[in-house]
Ligand binder design. Structure first.
Ligand SMILES: [Zn+2]
Length: 350
């Protein structure tokens, strides 16, 4: 089939630059260059027909704490370095600055997605849209700080990374307390601003509570099915059901898929969700540039290989129109619902 447009719900583009490509299997280089072995860059995005990259603002720093390392590596099955939410607001700003700089460096290739018109332009036009997403809420000292980050360009927020926050329990929580009172307030604030609530890395109870609390669709941007690979970082059927109930989407990712680490295993994960929850829930969230200390799956080494996945899904019985939903239509539906609210909230009453 002809390559459909792509909306990738999760890439750690700024991590690559802020960390100096630490833990990645390719070196640091200009994003305008087609660098062999790199998960993505402007030429590869164009080749793959990528329209929007939801670009993460990662607020954690590396640490060698053995206790954190043990806790994190348990869920991933590979040796993950340890991270700590040290100086999260300042660390976040450093990531936001990278995106500003990328857009300034490539004005004909990249644009920030800040308004509904930007969404439409990115999908139809010539420039690839970067939609900024906060990875974890450690940078928010209270729920109302979200407006500050909204004003910096943030349009999506994860309530947790792999650590608990004051807002919600994470997938590795020793005590799954779900959404806190402040977490409910944060969701109210996100709904008001039109910031997408992303439950990836959050616990099961957090998913269920957030589905009840949110008036807009919730998402899980990059995770796979526990039925295929059982780790708390993945989703069980009730979590998929909760997201579906809100009209949200779940993006499959290029790790945590069980079996052989290849494109076939990715396709199996997506087919499981497709067959059990229908065509409107599935989306793509590769986690490219965030596959730290690990390799991407064979057959999905970089974003230009995404056609391999679509062909496999066709073979496995997915309808062509549903592959378009997976590739971009479902994600676009959720983004547009939020984009209705994207305006200057500081100066206007709402
Ligand atoms: Zn992540």
């Amino acid at each position: 089939m002809k390559s459909p447009p792509i909306i990738d719900l999760h890439e750690d583009l700024s991590y690559y630059y802020v960390s100096g490509a630490s833990g990645l299997s390719f070196g640091l280089d200009e994003l305008g260059k087609d660098l062999p072995g790199r998960h993505g860059d402007i030429p590869k995005f164009r080749k793959a027909n990528v329209k929007i990259v939801v670009s993460s603002v990662f607020c954690l720093l590396p640490t060698i704490s053995p206790r954190i390392k043990e806790k994190l590596s348990g869920g991933y099955g590979f040796k993950l370095r340890a991270w700590t939410p040290k100086a999260a607001p300042l660390t976040s700003l450093e990531h936001v600055k990278v995106y500003y700089q990328l857009v300034k460096s490539y004005p004909n290739d990249l644009m920030l997605v800040l308004t509904r018109r930007d969404v439409e332009e990115a999908v139809k036009g010539d420039r690839i849209g970067l939609l900024l997403s906060m990875e974890g809420a450690h940078m928010l000292e209270d729920p109302y700080d979200l407006e500050l980050y909204y004003n910096l360009g943030i349009r999506s927020i994860q309530l947790t990374w792999n650590f608990d926050t004051r807002y919600a329990a994470s997938c590795f929580s020793a005590k799954d307390y779900g959404l806190t009172g402040e977490g409910e307030e944060l969701i109210r604030e996100a709904n008001r601003l039109g910031v997408i609530v992303d439950l990836v890395h959050a616990s099961k109870q957090t998913h269920l509570d957030a589905a009840d609390a949110s008036k807009l669709p919730i998402i899980n941007s990059h995770g796979n099915a526990r039925k295929i690979h059982n780790t708390p970082r993945n989703l069980d059927d009730e979590m998929y059901e909760a997201i579906k109930r809100t009209g949200g989407v779940a993006g499959f990712m290029c790790a945590l898929m069980g079996g052989e680490r290849d494109v076939e295993a990715c396709a199996d994960n997506i087919m499981y969700v497709y067959e059990n929850f229908g065509p409107d829930l599935i989306a793509i969230g590769t986690d490219y540039f965030g596959l730290v200390d690990t390799e991407p799956p064979r057959g999905l080494e970089d974003i230009t290989k995404i056609g391999n996945l679509f062909n496999l899904l066709l073979d496995k019985g997915m309808k062509e129109e549903d592959i378009e939903k997976l590739a971009y239509k479902n994600a676009l539906r959720v983004i547009l619902e939020h984009a209705e609210k994207w305006r200057n909230h500081t100066l206007e009453n709402d």
